[in-house]
Design a protein around this ligand. Structure first.
Ligand code: GTP
Ligand code: MG
Length: 360
């Protein structure tokens, strides 16, 4: 339908997309954290920072993950990272033990130190109370500067097109949690993984793209050495104000159209067997990264399992964010993408569609 014609006589499709977009927006708005919840979390962060400083005076406790990148839902957990600006510091695993002891003595949190995890952390939780109906869950890690930077990258992407991106991401987070496919521990994908899938789709699949590739925009100044963390290049174009003065997406699709297309793409078109989704570099081959799953060799059962589904981390490019996804997990995830596609293809009433999509 020619665009002009569409404007004068909004087609049935157009109405469906508009109605669904509005419903998606309303649906996520009611799930955002309240101002009170955010204030309580900030108080908790400050309290913990004060306590940590009694062990390591030169330290800062920073928020990352959803609390810091604008993708948080009501009652989501808090990810905190402790940075120590001093050369005399304990190792991360020792810090986890010492901090665990201190918090056990000085606070009402349930404390669980995990000094031997891939990334050593202290897990904290607070039981629900009248002022805090869902309690609090919080992880504290140390020196995880890459996580702080990837949080900032996600936040910058969200700032370019706040309404469409936050609505899409937040809806997919609720949907994946309710459909039980958001659990790396059980063989499905982390929230971080789903956000990367959305960004990959908006940067590299949609044509015209909804987002530019912030890691490929030519820098205004030579890239400084500081833009490397543990040997990983973490540079990206982060002057979003300037970017938005100079660049505007010519993609004008509604959130509903993007969501429908997102489900269709991951249900049908993404090459799970050979492809790697990379927001940095577009579609890559598993082969070129040494991530192919060699089905012929059962000896490598473990490594094969690790590369069923491949999503490259934007900075740690030798790291597969979907490494925990098992064969069954991937089957389940793809099944959910197909189910969602099927439901939306029937063009149901918007509210009914969302309810059905997120049925537990
Ligand atoms: P919810 O906790 O479900 O609200 O989502 P979230 O946005 O906090 O995401 P998640 O808990 O999955 O991850 C929190 C942060 O940890 C992310 O923003 C990343 O910074 C970091 N992170 C999580 N998983 C990985 C991973 O596999 N690799 C790397 N490098 N960072 C990760
Ligand atoms: Mg989190």
């Amino acid at each position: 339908v020619p665009v002009q014609h569409q404007r004068r006589h909004p087609s049935k499709h157009r109405l469906f997309f508009l109605e669904l977009s509005q419903a998606l927006f309303d649906f996520v708005v009611q799930l955002l954290p309240t101002a009170e919840e955010l204030a309580v979390k900030e108080d908790v962060r400050k309290l913990l920072e004060r306590l940590i400083r009694t062990i390591q005076p030169e330290s800062r406790l920073l928020s990352f993950g959803s609390t810091a990148n604008g993708f948080s839902l009501r009652n989501s957990d808090m990810d905190l990272c402790c940075l120590i600006d001093s050369d005399e510091r304990l190792s991360a695993s020792d810090l986890v033990v010492v901090l665990g002891d201190l918090l056990e003595r000085e606070t009402k949190f349930h404390v669980k130190p995990l000094p031997h995890a891939r990334i050593p952390i202290v897990k904290l939780s607070l039981d629900p109370s009248p002022g805090l109906p869902s309690g609090i869950a919080c992880d504290i890690g140390f020196e995880n500067r890459l996580a702080l930077e990837n949080t900032r990258l996600l936040m910058c992407y969200a700032m370019i097109d706040p309404t469409r991106i936050r609505t899409l991401v937040l809806f997919l987070k609720v949907w994946s949690k309710r459909r039980k496919i958001n659990s790396p521990y059980h063989g499905t994908l982390s929230s971080y993984g789903y956000v990367l899938l959305v960004l990959y789709f908006l940067i590299h699949v949609k044509n015209p793209p909804v987002l530019p590739n912030l890691q490929q925009i030519p820098p205004l100044r030579p890239i400084s050495k500081d833009a490397h963390i543990n040997g990983h290049n973490t540079w990206f174009f982060d002057d979003i104000e300037l970017l938005c003065q100079r660049w505007r997406s010519s993609n004008t699709e509604t959130v509903a159209e993007l969501l429908i297309d997102f489900f269709r793409y991951y249900a049908r078109d993404f090459s799970y067997n050979t492809g790697v989704a990379s927001i940095r570099a577009g579609l890559l081959k598993k082969e070129s990264k040494g991530w192919q799953n060699d089905l012929s060799n059962s000896k490598y059962n473990d490594s094969r399992e690790r590369n069923r589904f491949c999503i490259e981390d934007p900075f740690e490019i030798d790291f597969n964010v979907a490494r925990c996804v098992t064969k069954e997990g991937l089957y389940q995830i793809r099944g959910e993408f197909m189910r969602a596609s099927r439901i939306l293809a029937m063009r149901p009433r918007a509210l009914a569609a969302l309810t059905q999509l997120c049925e537990e």
